[in-house]
Design a protein. Structure first.
Ligand SMILES: Cc1cc2nc3c(=O)[nH]c(=O)nc-3n(C[C@H](O)[C@H](O)[C@H](O)COP(=O)(O)OP(=O)(O)OC[C@H]3O[C@@H](n4cnc5c(N)ncnc54)[C@H](O)[C@@H]3O)c2cc1C
Length: 562
């Protein structure tokens, strides 16, 4: 391991997380010495949450940039600050600590930091497009670049969408492999000799399939979406760098969609990972399963890098804006263009075609999700307009429709994911049989979302009889996914090591051997009970001795195969 220095990202404070503009740490320019003075003026301004900071030598510390002339803050910017010296001791004026145990025992150190008038050179302001001159004059970024500045943030959010795919993929792999091995419940419980009928693999149970195939489908859906957004971003950046300023017009929508996708994908994945854990019954409660640790370590992603609700509401604001634009007769570009669509006519599921996973059926589902996103966005905008018309200010009006806004983001993301999967999957998967299996899984995933969120479709595009048709079709599809389920997990390509040597998810299926082996490694497991010295004084020794005289090991049955 070699490094020039280790750095932490120190933005969040004890008193402010989501409200980045409200951060209190100050960086005040001192023209006399050409330095910034980094200072934590209050307890609540202490940096709180920077990942890995305890073991870092440096941090980018986000502060209100003050020019020291009494003028208001020029905004929040990062400053490069050294935390530790060559001996690992804290630098003068710096206090760094560890915040304590978190939900996940596997979580790395997360720190706090406080700065008492720490002076750093002017050049330690980390900003490409803004400047503070030697005389202390502030030069803002050119307006054109202000939209461009979000690209770094978007890249991180797309990484988190891909992370959500990885979490779902690993959880589904572990739980589906285990469910293919685990047998529980008689094949014919009504038979005179039920024992002789044999037991069913738990993967053959309907509810188990629904839960696990949803996680598997989500893994692929999020994988394709992550890929599609990365390539869209790359294309925009390349065009902007080639001098096509107009390409940057797509950025606000991309920014809103990336925020929404981060919120939706991490929330969805956290729920699905935990559900995969529950699907393994008691074994999923064992840490050796790998699922318990995955669930507790993954859940932090919902909050880190932008709290889910706060990001979803940013997307909701963008949707409201897009609807207003469409209503003014202006063109709406990008993924929210659906706000200008005509309503989709009522659907007849039977007419989508009878080949599972066909492009006609997937196309119909993408259209259905698109129309749901449109309708829900329009309703959100109507409610928001009514709230402002009643006299509420912008923030109060937005808050009054926040629940609808959260939901509108979910609908927007479902459509974006469906659209991205529809275009990415055929391009990426060349093998016909693999494509057919994936298309079936994709159709199942999109259709089960329709079933689960039936209320959004009922009365608009699907009537009661059509909702019943959706239910039946979803059931048929999950039965079709079943034979390929393990192979679809295998093709995600997670090695046993990447699955944390999960006892349940191992590729060779030797789950019981692995569970027993892991249990045996407990330091408690010997013949003599650990703690006997302390506990034995309260036990009736005469009773134990009498029992030991009547119980023995015999040779009636053949020895167990272990
Ligand atoms: C595992 C982990 C790692 C992290 N790593 C880092 C790191 O390396 N560096 C760093 O700087 N930070 C880090 N963070 C902090 C993280 O960025 C913040 O936790 C996050 O931004 C949310 O801020 P908060 O915790 O203050 O929550 P709050 O902002 O207080 O949110 C609490 C609740 O209030 C709601 N809420 C807040 N504002 C609004 C609003 N405007 N509208 C509606 N609802 C609202 C939220 O939805 C949430 O339910 C990490 C956090 C975690 C969990």
């Amino acid at each position: 391991l070699e490094a020039k220095y280790w750095g932490a990202y120190a933005q969040t404070e004890l008193g402010h997380g989501s409200n980045v503009r409200g951060l209190e740490t100050q960086a005040t320019f001192d023209a006399a010495t050409d330095e910034f003075v980094i200072h934590s003026p209050t307890l609540s301004s202490m940096k709180w949450w920077p990942t890995g900071m305890y073991a870092c030598t440096h941090a980018i510390v986000f502060c209100q940039l003050l020019l020291g002339d009494g003028s208001p803050s020029r905004g929040v910017f990062g400053f490069f600050v050294q935390l530790r010296d060559e001996h690992g001791d804290l630098m003068p004026g710096v206090e760094v600590g560890e915040i304590g145990p978190k939900v996940s025992a596997a979580e790395c150190n997360i720190g706090y930091a406080r700065f008492d008038r720490v002076r750093v050179p002017r050049s330690h302001l980390v900003a490409k497009h803004i400047k503070v001159s030697r005389e202390g004059r502030f030069q803002a970024a050119p307006p054109k670049l202000s939209r461009y500045k979000y690209i770094g943030m978007m890249n991180i959010r797309v990484m988190l969408v891909r992370g959500a795919s990885v979490a779902c993929g690993k959880a589904a792999t572990m739980a589906i492999r285990y469910s293919a091995v685990r047998r529980q419940g008689f094949l014919d419980s009504q038979a005179a000799n039920a024992l002789a009928s044999g037991e069913a693999a738990i993967l053959d149970y309907g509810v188990q399939q629904r839960r696990l195939f949803t996680a598997l489908g989500a893994a692929y859906l999020l994988l394709w979406t992550g890929r599609a957004v990365v390539s869209q971003l790359k294309e925009i950046v390349a065009r902007v760098e080639d001098g096509d300023d107009g390409a940057a017009d797509a950025l606000p929508e991309m920014h809103a969609t990336c925020a929404g996708l981060k919120a939706h994908s991490t929330t969805w994945a956290a729920a699905l990972v935990e559900d995969c854990r529950k699907c393994c019954g008691g074994m999923g409660y064992l840490r050796s399963s790998g699922l318990a640790d995955l669930s507790t370590s993954y859940v932090g992603s919902v909050t880190a890098e932008g709290e889910a609700v706060v990001l979803a509401l940013q997307t909701a604001r963008f949707l409201i804006k897009s609807v207003a634009q469409a209503r003014r007769g202006e063109a709406v570009a990008g993924a929210t263009a659906y706000v200008s669509d005509a309503p989709l006519p009522p659907q007849d599921v039977a007419r989508w075609g009878d080949r599972p996973g066909s492009s006609a059926r997937i196309g119909a589902l993408v259209a259905l999700h698109r129309d749901r996103a449109r309708r829900v966005a329009l309703e959100l905008a109507d409610d928001f307009d009514a709230a402002t018309a009643s006299g509420l200010g912008f923030d109060a009006a937005l808050n009054s429709v926040a629940v609808a806004g959260w939901h509108a983001n979910e609908c927007h993301c479902a459509y974006v994911m469906a659209k991205n999967a529809q275009s990415a999957m055929p391009a990426v998967v060349k093998d016909d049989a693999a494509r057919a299996a994936l298309a079936t899984l994709l159709e199942f995933t999109l259709l089960q979302l329709v079933e689960e969120k039936g209320g959004d479709f009922a009365g608009a595009t699907l009537d009661t009889s059509q909702m019943r048709a959706v239910r039946l079709a979803t059931n048929e599809l999950q039965a079709l996914v079943r034979p390929d389920a393990v192979a679809l997990c295998d093709s995600l390509g997670y090695s046993d090591a990447q699955l944390g040597h999960s006892t349940l998810g191992r590729e060779d299926g030797q789950v019981y051997e692995a569970i027993y082996d892991a249990a045996r490694r407990s330091p408690l497991n010997g013949t003599r009970m650990v703690g006997w010295d302390v506990l034995s004084p309260v036990v009736d020794m005469e009773f134990l001795r009498a029992g030991a005289r009547t119980q023995r090991q015999g040779n009636h049955a053949p020895p167990a195969k272990l």
